[in-house]
Design a binder for this molecule. Sequence first.
Ligand SMILES: *[C@@H]1O[C@H](CO)[C@@H](O)[C@H](O)[C@H]1NC(C)=O
Ligand SMILES: *[C@@H]1O[C@H](CO)[C@@H](O)[C@H](O)[C@H]1NC(C)=O
Length: 180
Amino acid sequence: MTTMPSSIVLFVIIYLCGLQHPLGAMPTCRLQRNLVQSSQKLLADLGPNFPVHCSPYNVNITFPTSILPAATSTHSQCRKVLWVVHETLNGTREVFSEYNVKEGGVNWNLMKLSTFRNLQKRLLDQGQCLSGSHVLDSYFADITALLQHKHSATCGWMALRRDVLWVLRTVLMEYHGCFI
Ligand SMILES: *[C@@H]1O[C@H](CO)[C@@H](O)[C@H](O)[C@H]1NC(C)=O
Ligand SMILES: *[C@@H]1O[C@H](CO)[C@@H](O)[C@H](O)[C@H]1NC(C)=O
């Protein structure tokens, strides 16, 4: 009787599973589309759009838009897309916990902001398997540099909101199928 060592059997099984789920395909944890949609809506409803008087600060902030993969309808980019969403929300949560919106002179709807932050927490919990990159670190350093000064804090908040909205809108429009 020939018996295969169980380690080989296990290896073959892992290998076959790997073929069906190549690297870069659906990650093991997913984000709920309706939570992302609600977050986007709450953020959009917080207050007026990015004000013109803040445009000079655009030179101080670079959001690396190229981290979102080129739009395709395949699912193979989903891991990267979800990971960008997670990274964006995690960095945003850090900023909200370290800086005060009211002190920054921003007149946002605080009820909506609080609901947004609750959704953000739920999405970060859902996306726990996505953590671990630092591709937005320099972006968030740009934002906090603005928040640290009284004259630029308001514009820092406005820019953060604009950029997070851009990420959420873009992923909902172009990568709809990556969410559950
Ligand atoms: C924004 O960038 C300008 C031009 O590089 C610089 O002079 C200014 O100090 C920066 N402001 C902040 C708050 O970082
Ligand atoms: C969230 O952001 C903080 C601060 O930038 C970082 O230390 C932490 O590793 C991040 N967590 C996840 C789960 O990515």
